[in-house]
Design a protein around this ligand. Structure first.
Ligand SMILES: Nc1ncnc2c1ncn2[C@@H]1O[C@H](COP(=O)(O)OP(=O)(O)O)[C@@H](O)[C@H]1O
Ligand SMILES: O=C(O)[C@@H](O)C(=O)COP(=O)(O)O
Length: 424
């Protein structure tokens, strides 16, 4: 039986839990698959999200994986699709966002799509095609120093144009402010001019509601999670979904916790500092030492920890230290060394009885989740906008996973996450 209406393909794991969490807010059932499932769809949910780790992958690999995800979602019955990338439009110099969008458009036989990474609750807005993080332009925000995808331009048209073969245009905030029909007629006139890729401005949730309504029947939309958030309510009102769809699953799990942080964002740096101040046991990974010793020292330290005290292992560092490690070890090598070490810590913590695993960082979350061999997550209560708890089962035990996007959450996030489960 196949009841899927809407299929999402996310380019990283935190992005996948982000969009799954926002879709769940409307009370609809959302399933999150880790990677393209090897088995044929059965018992699928109205909203299916497939998490890929393709943001920094070579273009051809990202395109091939995304097309495989599309085929799976189509065989689950989905007729509308969403390509979810980062609300800060993170791309490598080559860039996967455009090539993936064009491949999806070709497979879906559609000649136009929209791009809107705005996420107002987390301070991301798009105005006149420029992306802002809070009051700063993207290129002046801490995203300019991201270890893997430094963002040095804020103009989405300039960022997207070299990644695609067809023309790029803009439907600006002045048009969005005029409502659904104005957006639709702007898209129609862009289409007449052959503009396939339309950046759409949005500075508030009300703008996103207008854009979602205007684009509700497009085969493909692309953007950050917030653009998809109004869709469940729209489809419920249309009668396309059963109103009594099951709600999200919160479960009780034990207090044994491990916090693993591989994000180097300004927000994660603040979160790591705040958590250290709570007195929680912590271990800092030094990439230079790690390159010499491998993971043994941290695994030995972890083996002695009482997980009920929720210890933290982190590689999180300020931009100068990250650059120094990258110059010495290489960007990819430094990243992989840390990701594989944190993944090994997650596996060891699970063996030690961890029931709650909190991970900071998109690439890091991908490495950890793959190492835990998780294939599906059920979305549960939201800790902060865009960061839900999720649950999976490992060897008959319920495990709670929180995959935190580098930039999301308050300074107290690691404590907030635990409190949220304690008070379920
Ligand atoms: N101290 C460090 N030096 C160099 N690279 C690091 C360091 N700490 C973490 N990294 C790497 O930086 C990358 C951070 O990316 P990610 O986990 O996606 O975080 P975010 O969500 O903030 O983008 C990962 O590949 C991680 O292994
Ligand atoms: O849209 C967002 O900002 C997030 O969902 C996201 O994609 C996060 O990526 P990371 O910052 O690499 O965790």
């Amino acid at each position: 039986m196949s009841g899927t209406l809407f299929g999402v393909i996310a380019d990283d794991f935190t992005g996948a839990t982000d969009i799954a969490g926002l879709l769940s807010r409307a009370g609809v059932k959302v399933s999150l698959r880790i990677g393209v499932p090897s088995e044929q769809p059965s018992q699928t949910s109205p909203f299916e999200v497939i998490a890929l780790k393709s943001r920094t992958a070579p273009v051809a690999e990202a395109v091939a994986e995304t097309r495989a995800a599309l085929r799976w979602l189509q065989s689950a019955g989905a007729t509308r699709f969403f390509w979810k990338y980062c609300s800060t439009f993170d791309s490598t110099a080559e860039g996967n966002i455009g090539p993936v969008a064009e491949a999806l458009m070709a497979d879906l036989n559609t000649d136009q799509t929209v791009y809107c990474p705005a996420f107002p609750e987390n301070g991301r807005s798009v105005f006149m095609g420029n992306l802002f993080v809070g009051q700063q332009l993207l290129s002046e925000s801490p995203m300019k120093d991201h270890p893997l995808t430094p963002m040095r331009d804020s103009n989405l048209m300039r960022l997207l144009a070299p990644q695609v073969t067809k023309p790029v245009g803009l439907t600006d905030r002045l048009t969005v402010a005029q409502g659904v029909k104005a957006v639709q007629s702007s898209l129609a006139s862009h289409r007449q001019e052959g503009i396939a890729h339309v950046i759409v401005d949005a500075v508030a949730n009300a703008d996103l509601a207008i854009i979602a309504e205007a684009c509700r029947d497009m085969p493909l939309m692309t953007g950050g999670s917030a653009l998809a958030m109004p869709l469940p309510a729209i489809y419920l009102a249309d009668g396309l979904l059963a109103a009594d769809a099951p709600k999200r699953h919160d479960r009780k799990v034990g207090p044994q916790t491990i916090v693993l942080s591989g994000s180097c964002s300004a927000m994660t740096n603040a979160q790591v500092d705040a958590y250290r101040e709570t007195g929680a046991p912590n271990f800092q990974l030094d990439p230079f030492e790690l390159a010499q010793t491998g993971p043994d020292p941290v695994l030995t330290w972890l083996a002695d920890q009482d997980l009920a005290r929720a210890p933290m292992i982190y590689a999180t560092a300020k931009p100068e230290s990250v650059k120094a490690a990258q110059q010495k070890l290489g960007v990819t090598q430094a990243g992989e060394l840390i990701e594989s070490t944190l993944a090994a810590c997650a596996v060891a913590a699970l063996d030690q009885g961890a029931a709650r695993i909190i991970v900071a960082g998109g690439e890091t979350s991908g490495a950890v989740t793959k190492a835990l061999q998780v294939t599906q997550l059920d979305i549960a209560t939201e800790i902060a906008p865009g960061v839900p708890w999720s649950f999976c089962t490992s060897e008959g035990r319920d495990i709670a996973l929180a995959l935190k996007s580098g930039n999301f959450g308050a300074a107290s996030f690691f404590s907030d996450a635990q409190t949220k489960l304690d008070t379920l």
